[in-house]
Design a protein around this ligand. Structure first.
Ligand code: SF4
Ligand code: F3S
Length: 112
């Protein structure tokens, strides 16, 4: 099992999750983070920390696309272990539907 970052992280990218992960298994894209499934120890600490409620366990129904995307992107995006300031417009995107189609970027983020 692993925890998985879902669509609502896109363009919110609050990064509260990276501060609490005991094994530093978050990886950063241009506008979202993912969890490396082979590094996550399933502690569950990050799930309630995300203000966008964008983290769920992989047992959640209907999230197959996100399980695959987290595993794929964690291979090429840089590791992030320290929270930075979220974008000033992050709140505007919280809960907005269709963010994957409209905004998902496969480009890597800055990392640490
Ligand atoms: Fe890190 Fe635990 Fe969240 Fe996995 S469940 S990403 S180990 S905080
Ligand atoms: Fe994304 Fe939530 Fe972390 S919005 S960056 S999963 S705190």
């Amino acid at each position: 099992m692993t925890y998985v970052v879902l669509e609502n992280c896109i363009k919110c990218k609050y990064m509260d999750c990276v501060e609490v992960c005991p094994v530093d298994c978050f990886y950063e894209g241009e506008n979202m983070l993912v969890i490396h499934p082979d590094e996550c120890i399933d502690c569950g600490v990050c799930e309630p920390e995300c203000p966008a409620e964008a983290i769920k366990p992989d047992t959640e129904p209907g999230i197959e696309q996100w399980i695959t995307l987290n595993a794929d992107m964690a291979q090429s995006w840089p590791n992030i272990t320290m929270k930075r300031e979220a974008a000033p417009d992050a709140k505007q995107f919280d809960g907005r539907p269709g963010k994957f189609k409209e905004f998902f970027s496969p480009e890597p983020g800055k990392g640490d």
